[in-house]
Design a binder for this molecule. Structure first.
Ligand code: PEP
Length: 251
């Protein structure tokens, strides 16, 4: 079933001080919305315990920004999906363009991580998106479809309800440039078509948009029929902005 979701990706930002200020503010702001929107906070992993504690009794879920493609073992510095589940996470982000670009993550690697995430009982938030060069050369849809095919290889239709796709054009992440609501909608439609072609229930899966979503553009994006919410980076670090985006998610 398609669900409306707004997820916060803090990336490697924040401090314990920020956790203690931001999480209660978001928790109280979201509680006041009293709607069916699912809100997820994905802080740096080291703060998961504190974030969970501050969210106790709240409907806000927590997620991890990355997991290893292995279950356990001699992988110094890595975090297994099962450990994220133990820490109370419900979601794991995977395939973010920063991971693809800075840590050379391939679609094959992303597929391995998706498998570990699902084995651990978490839901996978799988990011796909084209670079500016790929968009300008007319290859955006081909690239996004190839990423979907690679990352979701082997996914059963039954497991699809535990997978959320986040379309994040790379050129819109952290740049202040957002895809127009029309362009984003067109890609979301293409994503659903591709999911169906892969034998997955594409019209029943949640597909989020990410890339410089702010309070002033969220409503137009979320009003589009194939956009089920957003993955929010920079604006998720300001309680007021993030709550305003969550509000836009319900209108
Ligand atoms: C992100 O990091 O997933 C993201 C969408 O960042 P921003 O909102 O800052 O563009």
């Amino acid at each position: 079933m398609r669900r409306k979701i707004v997820a916060a990706n803090w990336k490697m930002n924040g401090s314990l001080e920020l956790v203690q200020k931001l999480v209660p503010a978001v928790r109280d702001g979201v509680a006041a919305l009293d709607n069916g929107l699912e809100v997820v906070i994905m802080p740096p992993s080291i703060y998961l315990g504190q974030v969970r504690e501050l969210l106790s009794g709240s409907s806000i879920a927590v997620g991890v920004q990355n997991v290893a493609q292995w279950q356990s073992g001699a992988y110094t510095g890595e975090i297994a999906a099962g450990m994220a589940a133990d820490a109370g996470c419900q979601y794991a982000l995977v395939g973010h363009s920063e991971r693809r670009q800075l840590f050379d993550e391939t679609d094959e690697l992303v597929a391995g991580k998706v498998a570990r995430i699902l084995e651990s009982g978490l839901q996978a938030m799988v990011c796909v998106g084209e670079t500016l060069e790929e968009r300008e050369s007319g290859d955006a849809e081909t690239v996004v479809c190839r990423q979907l095919e690679g990352a979701l290889k082997g996914l059963s239709a039954g497991d699809a309800s535990k997978v959320i796709v986040a379309y994040e054009p790379v050129w819109a992440i952290g740049t202040g440039k957002t895809a127009t609501a029309e362009d984003a909608q067109a890609m979301h439609e293409a994503i659903r078509r591709k999911l169906v072609e892969l034998g997955l229930p594409g019209n029943a899966m949640s597909v989020l948009y990410g890339g410089s979503v702010k309070p002033d553009n969220a409503a137009a994006l979320f009003a589009k029929p194939d956009i089920d919410g957003g993955l929010i980076g920079g604006a998720s670090l300001k309680a007021e902005d993030f709550i305003a985006i969550c509000q836009a998610g319900i209108s």
